[in-house]
Design a protein around this ligand. Structure first.
Ligand SMILES: [Ca+2]
Ligand SMILES: [Ca+2]
Length: 274
C-alpha cells in the first residue's frame, strides 16, 4: 500500500489553509471581543478549520497502486481497464495486444471498437484504426488493437485508451484480481503490454468512482475526489495519478471536476447511476 501523492499534496495545502485560518481567527478575536459580527465570523472560520481538519484525517487513506486491486472485494460499478503510457514513453503508430476472457464479459459485443475510448491527451489527434480478435483457447480471446498515434514522447503518465468491460455479473467473477488474470498475457497484475515498437504500456483495471481501488464505492471515494478537485496542486503525473483520474472521471469528459463528485454522490445516495 502506498499513499497517492496527489491527495497527500492536496492535504498539505489544506493544512496550510488551516494555518491561515488560525492566524485570522486570533486577529479577529483580538480586534473585536465585543463585536457580535466578528464573533460570528470567528465561529465560521473555526468551523471551516474543523472541517478541513476532518478531511485531512479522513482522506489520508492508503491507495492501492494502479496495477493492483483489492483481491477479495467486489465493486458493483461498471469496470474498465485503462492502458497507461508512462512518462518518457515514445508513442508512434503501432499496435498492442491484450487478452480478454469472454466468460466474464456481459455481452458478446466485446470486440466492438465502440468499447474503446482514447485518452484525453490523444483523442484529438489519434485514432483506433481497427481491432482484431483471435481465439487463444476456448473463450480466451487475444485482442490486437491498431492505433494511429503521432510520434510523441509523453511528458507525464497518460491514458492511451480504455476498454469498457461493463457490469460483470458477480457470480461470473469472484474477485477483481481475476480481471487482471483475464486481461493479461501473464498472471501478475503488473503485466506490461507492449506496443509493436517496444514501448511498454501499463494496465489498470478500475471500477468507476472507486478511486482508491479498494473494491468498494464508498463515501471515502467521494471525499478523496473532493479533496482532489479542491486541491491547489496539479497531478504529480505518476501512473497512480493517471489511474486515479481514470476512475474519478465518471462522466468521461477527460477532466475530474465537481460534476464527477456530484455524480458519485448521487450514486451513493441511490439517486442516480453511472
Ligand atoms: Ca473505494
Ligand atoms: Ca469528468
Amino acid at each position: 500500500m502506498k499513499k497517492f501523492n496527489k491527495v497527500t499534496a492536496a492535504l498539505t495545502a489544506a493544512i496550510m489553509m488551516m494555518g491561515t485560518f488560525g492566524t485570522v481567527a486570533v486577529n479577529a478575536a483580538d480586534a473585536s471581543v465585543e463585536n457580535a459580527q466578528a464573533e460570528a465570523q470567528l465561529a465560521q472560520i473555526m468551523e471551516q478549520a474543523e472541517q478541513i481538519k476532518a478531511v485531512q484525517q479522513e482522506a489520508s487513506s492508503d491507495f492501492v497502486p494502479y496495477d493492483q486491486y483489492i483481491k477479495d472485494d467486489y465493486c458493483s460499478t461498471p469496470r474498465y481497464f485503462g492502458v497507461l503510457a508512462n512518462k518518457g514513453a515514445r508513442l508512434r503508430s503501432a499496435s498492442t495486444e491484450f487478452y480478454v476472457n469472454a466468460n466474464i464479459l456481459p455481452t458478446n459485443n466485446y470486440s466492438s471498437i465502440s468499447r474503446f475510448r482514447l485518452g484525453p491527451a490523444f483523442k484529438d489527434n489519434s485514432s483506433i484504426k481497427s481491432v482484431s480478435v483471435t481465439n487463444v483457447q476456448s473463450n480466451v480471446k487475444s485482442f490486437k488493437v491498431d492505433l494511429s498515434i503521432p510520434d510523441v514522447t509523453v511528458s507525464k503518465a497518460e491514458v492511451l485508451f480504455t476498454y469498457e468491460m461493463g457490469e460483470i455479473e458477480e457470480e461470473l467473477i469472484p474477485s477483481e484480481w481475476d480481471l487482471h488474470i483475464y486481461t493479461s498475457r501473464y498472471e501478475e497484475p503488473s503485466t506490461i503490454l507492449g506496443l509493436s515498437n517496444g514501448t511498454p504500456l501499463y494496465k489498470c483495471v478500475y471500477a468507476l468512482g472507486d478511486v482508491d481501488r479498494n473494491g468498494k464505492l464508498e463515501p471515502m471515494d467521494e471525499l478523496n475526489m473532493l479533496v482532489y478537485v479542491n486541491g491547489t496542486v496539479v497531478s504529480d503525473g505518476s501512473l497512480d495519478a493517471a489511474a486515479f483520474e481514470l476512475a474519478a472521471d465518471v462522466n468521461f469528459d477527460g477532466k475530474v471536476t465537481v460534476e464527477d463528485v456530484q455524480i458519485v454522490n448521487n450514486v451513493l445516495l441511490n439517486l442516480g447511476t453511472f
